[in-house]
Design a protein around this ligand. Structure first.
Ligand code: UDX
Length: 439
């Protein structure tokens, strides 16, 4: 099938490349000339496992092209809206400028029977507002939220846990069923595997996405709240998480206590959800999300306090090595990264901060040039008075032994911002070990 993907950021670039890999003819469209040029050369503009291979293969096969010209979308049967919905500069709502512009720009390219599928995360009600514009030219608007995780984006796009398609109901002249059939054809490998395929109304589909992210954020903040209680009682939150996680109703995943969540989705999505609920007169229904946000941000304070206390009350002119800058491993994304935030705060307190990360240094350096960046992990550890792991890359979590770290560092203070190290092993090697919510 011929497809267009409007917006070639994280979501769109991955979507375009994976759709080409499953046999479709895809044009990815973006207003950013540099990005289009990079993608057209078959280069991934960000770090995402397998993306580079899919881009190269797609472009070589001739099934994948990128362009800045919206007219290239003409002739495609399904058009995916994958532009960003960032947090507004002067508030917490989502900025829908790019979504509106994408839909308006697409209108002259649409033919009767085409399907426009929104993938961007939007406040509930957006699709219903946009639908009449699309329907006026005889096309259908559906909402098809995306649940991909960075670092797993290719796998999550080809083989998702579930597919959700919201269609307009109660309107004459719109063939929702036909639009759903088009999407079944688009996602043929997942459909062939009997992946749950849930058809809803537009509002439900929009809400599914924000509800899922709100739930995940709440789960993380719940365990981080337990970490706060553990800190004043001497309990160990990792054992607590293991124990409650064995209950299948609770589950162990996303009960990793530490410096909390960040990235381009969870923080902005819970804030936009709260703002939308307020607009709808139901602010109290999701008032807990403000607490979720507050707990999350407090964990960064806690990590900084641990370093300060461990170094005797001041980090001034102390060498602190920060392991990690990305908001999570297998990503070079530093958007709202708790890891980088901790590094910046330590720098602000007068520490000599050295940051290392296998993928995110370039991005981090652009945003925070005041920090000292070192590519090589061991080089970064040399002469450290304290080390803190804030992104649990394998290089830090599994491959760095306490003995090896001790052979490089000057001090013996290890702070485990992700509760990923074996506390006993670090202590046995002479380190003073501090976890998050661990004795
Ligand atoms: C998230 C959702 O998981 C995904 O479904 C949605 O489409 C986009 O937003 P992503 O932003 O890639 O994906 O990251 P995710 O893996 O969810 O992690 C988010 C943050 O939570 C990271 O900073 C991570 O370190 C943190 N986290 C995760 C924890 O602090 N503890 C955990 O137990 C799990």
């Amino acid at each position: 099938m011929r497809l267009s993907v409007i917006g070639c950021g994280y979501l769109g670039a991955v979507h375009a490349a994976t759709m080409a890999s499953i046999g479709h003819e895809v044009v990815g469209i973006d207003i950013d000339e540099d990005r289009v040029e990079t993608l057209s050369r078959g280069e991934a503009p960000f770090y995402e496992p397998y993306l580079q291979d899919l881009l190269t293969a797609g472009i070589q096969s001739g099934r994948l092209i990128f362009s800045t010209d919206m007219a290239e979308a003409s002739g495609a049967k399904a058009h995916f809206i994958a532009v960003g919905t960032p947090q507004q500069k002067d508030g917490t709502s989502a900025d829908l400028t790019y979504v509106d512009a994408a839909v308006d720009g697409l209108l002259p390219c649409l033919r009767a029977g085409d399907v426009v599928a929104g993938k961007s995360t939007v406040p509930v009600g957006t699709a219903t507002r946009l639908a009449p514009r699309v329907e006026a030219v005889g096309a259908a608007l559906v909402w098809n939220p995306e649940f991909l995780r960075e670092g797993w984006a290719v796998k999550d796009t080809i083989d998702p846990d579930r597919l959700v398609v919201g269609i307009r109901t109660g309107t004459d002249g719109v063939d929702g069923a036909a639009a759903v059939d088009v999407l079944r054809e688009v996602y043929h490998p997942a459909v062939a595997k009997n992946t749950p395929f849930i058809v809803t109304d537009l509002a439900t589909a929009e809400l599914v996405k924000v509800a899922a992210n709100a739930f995940l954020a709440t789960k993380i903040s719940f365990i981080n709240a337990m970490a706060e209680i553990a800190e004043v009682t001497g309990a160990d939150v990792t054992q607590l998480a293991d124990a409650i996680g064995h209950d299948a109703r609770i589950g162990r995943r996303f009960l990793g206590a530490g410096i909390g969540f960040g990235g381009g989705c969870l923080p902005k999505d819970i804030r936009a959800f709260s703002a939308r609920a307020e607009e709808l007169g139901r602010g109290e229904s999701v008032a807990f999300l403000r607490e979720v946000d507050a707990i999350n941000l407090r964990r960064r304070d806690r990590a900084v306090d641990l370093v300060v206390d461990a170094l005797g009350g001041s980090v001034f002119k102390k060498n602190v090595t920060v392991l990690g800058a990305a908001f999570k491993p297998y990503s070079d994304d530093i958007r709202d990264s708790p890891a980088l935030d901790v590094a910046v705060r330590l720098h602000g307190l007068g520490a000599w901060v050295t940051v290392t990360d296998p993928a995110a240094i370039e991005n981090a350096q652009r945003l925070h040039p005041q920090l000292n960046y070192v590519e090589d992990r061991d080089e970064a550890l040399r002469e450290a008075d304290a080390i803190i792991m804030v992104t649990e890359w394998d290089e830090y979590r599994r491959e760095l032994t306490p003995e090896h770290a001790a052979s490089l560092a000057r001090g013996r203070v290890a702070i485990d911002g992700r509760n990923g190290w074996d506390a006993a092993a670090w202590r046995a090697a002479g380190w003073t070990y501090y976890g998050m919510g661990r004795p």
